[in-house]
Design a binder for this molecule. Structure first.
Ligand code: 13P
Length: 252
């Protein structure tokens, strides 16, 4: 059975104090929920990972990083390695977010290296991809998504996929208030599963969790999550408010 996941990508938000307070409030709300077959993840910035790990120590919340460098160590000023993350007990990393692709030059080749490095160091990956509005207008969105998945992940052996969660995030829906319709999300997720089934096996395609991201809010979460091939969400803005994040978890 596929895992249902709600992951909060905090992006470049929250200082230490805000991290503590937000997580304490999420913790409080989560205690009252039954999370059977559901997973809750938060991804604060590097500087808040240690705090997040300690505040969530006895809770059901898992902590992920938003990025990592592919190199093991060395002269890479300002970068953070998988080993550093693991030493904080952070075992999951988000890779391929559209903001990393657009603003930090992370192309498919860079991401492939990061994927390999993370897996070599036993990390789990939330791998993001998604089309720009122009791709959708040109009816090129399926091809584009297929190529992002193919170039970043299709070199992997089947066994590696148990460490991977996919996140479809159409760029035009991120932070814009414009969500993909539940039907558009379902259509793309079904396409991704079909692509995986053809490249690997139907079992692998059936068992992989595929999250949707892009303006998920308490008001639209339930409808999006109700779609057969949507296994949860990667949440940006609404993950920064405990009540909203909890309402989205409750919608799962
Ligand atoms: P928003 O939920 O703010 O649109 O962000 C989505 C996202 O980019 C999560 O990674």
């Amino acid at each position: 059975m596929r895992k249902q996941i709600v992951a909060g990508n905090w992006k470049m938000n929250n200082d230490v104090k805000e991290t503590k307070s937000l997580l304490k409030n999420i913790n409080k709300g989560i205690k009252k929920m039954s999370l059977k077959n559901k997973k809750v993840i938060v991804a604060p910035s590097f500087t808040n990972l240690n705090t997040a790990i300690s505040v969530t120590k006895n809770s059901k919340i898992k902590v992920a990083a938003q990025n990592m460098n592919a190199a093991k160590n060395g002269a890479f000023t300002g970068e953070v390695s998988a080993n550093m993350l693991k030493s904080l007990k952070v075992k999951t990393v988000i890779l391929g977010h559209s903001e990393r692709r657009a603003y930090f030059g992370e192309n498919d080749a860079v991401l492939k290296e990061k994927v390999d490095s993370a897996l070599a160091q036993n990390m789990k990956i939330i791998f993001c991809f998604g089309e720009e509005l122009s791709d959708r207008k040109d009816n090129n969105h399926f091809k584009l998504v297929e190529s992002q998945i193919k170039n970043g992940l299709f070199h992997l052996p089947e066994s590696a996929w148990k460490r991977i969660v996919l996140a479809y995030e159409p760029v035009w829906a991120i932070g814009t208030g414009e969500t993909a319709s539940p039907e558009q999300a379902q259509e793309m997720h079904a396409f991704i599963r079909k692509t995986l089934s053809e490249q690997y096996t139907p079992e692998l395609a059936e068992n992989i969790s595929i999250l949707y991201g892009g303006s998920v809010k308490p008001a639209n979460a339930k409808e999006i999550f109700s779609k057969a091939d949507v296994d949860g969400g990667l949440i940006g803005g609404a993950a920064l408010k405990a009540d909203d994040f909890l309402a989205i978890i409750a919608a799962l």
